[in-house]
Write a protein that binds this ligand. Structure first.
Ligand code: NAI
Ligand code: MG
Length: 351
């Protein structure tokens, strides 16, 4: 097939890491007999805003719609433009294209150190599946009596039965292809409406997936357990907020933000899905060519899996594994390689 991919490098280190991800993507595609890539770069972000007055064109959703997938670098440059403006198109893409499943693996590659530094297990390999479309991040609330001593703010989360059910089903299906264990994270001991709904939906679904061992943990306990025994987790399903919190922790458990890939998936494939590193635009190191491109590279593996190219996806992961085992490292991993040199090290291992 011909894959039409929108490449949205964005700001800061976004373009630096995306350039390496694209090289890797092209190299693995060249090894597949029946795979052609059609890449289109979307020059959106801060520079676009400087000439056009907005970070994306008004019809950006329509422009992105026809692609098979979107490969995003990172956006944001808070010194020039408030984050909510630069990040707003991303939120709109996630919502307009119903990308309700955010998948963030925490896999510790051999040869790397977890933040647990020798006190943890040698093997960490779990996936956090974050509900990406509703919950605590719906734009619903308000502020009253502003500026007075009686000021108050209300921000309401919305959890729908449909939304909870579809993310849990997706989690069960994923567990089936992995180690057959699902942990659902809530706080139903303290919040008795929303998360009790989660509990009930899990109870209804579990018998339909009797081959999967399912359990519940409260978010506070889960955070502790990530640190105490990360090896016990396989698929972790969490609401939008809890998934957001837990994936930063998952990221450092598995070697750091420079390595952590992620997806914004529309599992039904009615719309394009978006693949991006977990990290942001890192203004503190942008322009120096020292960002770690591995998170972006591993995001292309997740993209390839999603578009039914598992062989190509595996080539990317194997090459990354080899590269890290050989000790290739950017400064965040304690090495001296530049972003480009790290990309080249991966390219050399692609076969
Ligand atoms: P960040 O992830 O950009 O940086 C956090 C720290 O990790 C920094 O010290 C940075 O140097 C380091 N880091 C991140 N990625 C790295 C890499 N690949 N290699 C080596 N070191 C790396 O988070 P921060 O500083 O909170 O946000 C910076 C900007 O990025 C903000 O404008 C924020 O809104 C935006 N952002 C955008 C996201 C997106 O595009 N999806 C996601 C997260 C943040
Ligand atoms: Mg986050």
């Amino acid at each position: 097939p011909t894959l039409k991919i929108a490449v949205y490098p964005g700001d800061g280190i976004g373009p630096e890491v995306t350039a390496e991800a694209v090289r890797v993507l092209q190299a693995v595609a060249a090894l597949e007999a029946d795979l052609r890539l059609e890449l289109t770069t979307l020059p959106w972000g801060i520079e676009y805003w400087q000439t056009h007055g907005s970070v994306v064109p008004p019809d950006f959703l329509a422009q992105v719609r026809p692609f098979d997938a979107i490969l995003l670098g990172a956006v944001g440059w808070p010194a020039l433009l408030p984050d909510h403006e630069t990040l707003s198109p991303l939120v709109q893409i996630r919502q307009a294209f119903d990308q309700y499943a955010c998948m963030r693996p925490a896999k510790l590659y051999r040869g790397l150190k977890s933040v647990l530094a020798g006190k943890g297990p040698d093997e960490i390999d779990f996936v956090v599946l974050r509900e990406n479309s509703e919950g605590e991040y719906v734009d619903n609330g308000g502020r009253m009596k502003r500026g007075t001593p009686d000021e108050f703010a209300v921000q309401t989360a919305v959890h729908t039965r449909k939304g909870v059910e579809r993310i849990l089903r997706y989690g069960f299906e994923m567990a089936r292809k992995r180690r057959k264990k699902l942990t659902m994270v809530t706080k139903s001991n303290a919040q008795r409406y929303a998360y009790v709904l989660w509990d009930e939906v899990l109870e209804e679904l579990a018998p339909q997936y009797s081959d999967i061992q399912s359990e519940r943990q409260h978010c506070d306990a889960c955070a502790m357990n990530f640190v105490r025994w990360p090896e016990k987790f396989d698929v972790v399903v969490a609401s939008n907020l809890f998934g957001d919190l837990l994936t930063d922790l998952g990221g450092v458990l598995a070697g750091g933000l420079g390595l952590a890939p992620s997806t914004n998936t529309n599992p039904e494939k009615k719309f394009p899905s978006m693949f991006e590193p977990v990290h942001g635009s890192a203004p503190d190191i942008a322009g120096r060519g020292i960002a770690n491109p591995i998170a972006a590279v591993l995001s292309t593996a997740m993209l390839l899996d999603h578009v039914d190219q598992p062989t190509a996806a595996q080539r990317v992961r194997t090459a990354v594994e080899q590269t890290l085992l050989q000790g290739s490292a950017t400064p965040d991993l304690g090495g001296k390689l530049t972003t480009q040199q790290m990309g080249e090290a991966v390219l050399k291992n692609i076969r």
